[in-house]
Design a protein around this ligand. Structure first.
Ligand code: G6P
Length: 368
């Protein structure tokens, strides 16, 4: 990898556009494309034997872990305990020593994540590291290393590392499901085919959504607060969208589970706070639409990020609708990450902030 911006204004933009390529690279490490299956999982974690899985990480890596939790529970029927590393390490969680723990870290050096790892090691758990930097401390202290192969990420706001973390976690969860007998060989083939299509669809989406997002970003850059909503795996994505926006544009943003809207954030709804709803046409779609209606009824402006089926089914008036291709649920989090990243990026560019080096933030946090 050449570490320069190429034709891009910022590393962040370059890293967003690199995703189709790096995801393909990451997938090829975990997937046997000829056989349409997940490769035998390397390392010493026997997913068939463990009673549960613990996941810990910070920042964007934590949000990738939250999406991973939905996948491990759904595909591998593995109960997952997850927390931000700064809480995880102190919570005195009763973890069985037969369990395994995954630590997700781009840098592999985050102090709290490393402390959580050492805590689990002390308890006798098998340790897996999902890292970008294979020579890192977290990788070195783990029993099994699962590289995300994103290449160097320079922008402080994580983009390609996030989607590569997701690609690796999806592969691991499906592989774990095969090992545990909760995913059949046929199901594995179907899921793997969806994963294999991902780089091409990502490239398509990156080209298609850019002009509309740029226009929308101009509007967003005038706002003081933004609310993101989602259900299922779109809930962690809503939090990631809010995190990205606040990190680089300094606009206050919150990500909420759509179902929690009426338990608080609905009190804030007015025409000044746009609500970004992440709603692929999945089994939660109707529920999320009813949350959107609650927003609309209170004069809230909605930015809907959905797919073709979702756009066709929505009868609500929105401030903007971003329409992505219809994709399977297993790849939706990676595909829906793209407009979310671009929206934060272009908004920050409009605001004139230092996109690659936002104030007060560090790429790697090696102090507690
Ligand atoms: C910092 C970075 C984030 C990153 C987090 C965890 O806050 O600014 O982009 O998600 O640390 O870093 P790690 O290297 O452990 O993934």
């Amino acid at each position: 990898y050449m570490i320069d911006k190429g034709n891009h204004r910022h590393f962040m933009e370059k890293e967003i556009y690199e995703q189709p390529e790096v995801i393909a690279h990451a997938l090829s490490h975990y997937i046997d494309f000829a056989g349409n299956r997940i490769k035998a999982l390397s390392g010493t974690i026997d997913f068939a034997k463990i009673p549960s899985l613990a996941i810990s990480a910070c920042g964007t890596a934590y949000l990738a872990g939250l999406v991973g939790k939905y996948w491990f529970e759904r595909y591998a029927r593995l109960p997952v305990e997850i927390d931000v590393a700064s809480e995880f390490r102190y919570r005195e969680i009763p973890l069985p020593s037969e369990a395994a723990a995954l630590f997700i870290s781009q840098s592999g050096e985050t102090a709290d994540t490393l402390a959580s790892l050492r805590y689990c090691k002390e308890l006798g758990l098998k340790i897996g590291a999902v890292v970008n930097t294979r020579e890192s401390t977290i990788a070195r202290e783990s029993d099994a290393v699962f590289p995300i192969l994103a290449g160097p990420e320079i922008g402080v706001a994580s983009t390609k590392a996030f989607t590569c973390q997701l690609a690796v976690l999806a592969s691991l969860a499906i592989g774990a499901g095969r090992a545990r007998g909760t995913v059949s060989a046929e199901e594995e083939q179907v899921l793997v085919r969806y994963l294999a299509e991902m780089p091409r669809i990502m490239g398509q989406v990156l080209n298609a959504v850019q002009p509309k997002i740029e226009l929308l970003s101009r509007e967003l850059s005038k706002c003081r607060d933004v609310l993101y909503l989602g259900r299922g795996t779109s809930f962690p994505l809503a939090m990631e969208g809010a995190l990205k926006l606040k990190e680089i544009s300094y606009i206050h943003a919150e990500g909420y589970a759509a179902g929690e809207l009426k338990h608080g954030p609905i009190a804030l709804i007015d025409e000044n706070m746009p609500v970004i709803v992440i709603a692929p046409h999945d089994r939660f779609y109707e529920k999320t639409v009813s949350n959107m209606q609650e927003v609309a009824a209170r004069g809230g402006r909605i930015i809907l990020i959905t797919d073709e089926k979702g756009a066709a089914a929505s009868k609500l008036e929105t401030m903007a609708t971003i329409v992505l291709p219809d994709v399977d649920e297993v790849i939706a989090p990676m595909i829906f990450s793209l407009p979310i990243q671009l929206l934060a990026y272009h908004t920050a560019v409009f605001m004139g902030t230092d996109v690659d080096q936002p104030r007060n933030l560090a790429k790697s946090v090696t102090v507690e």
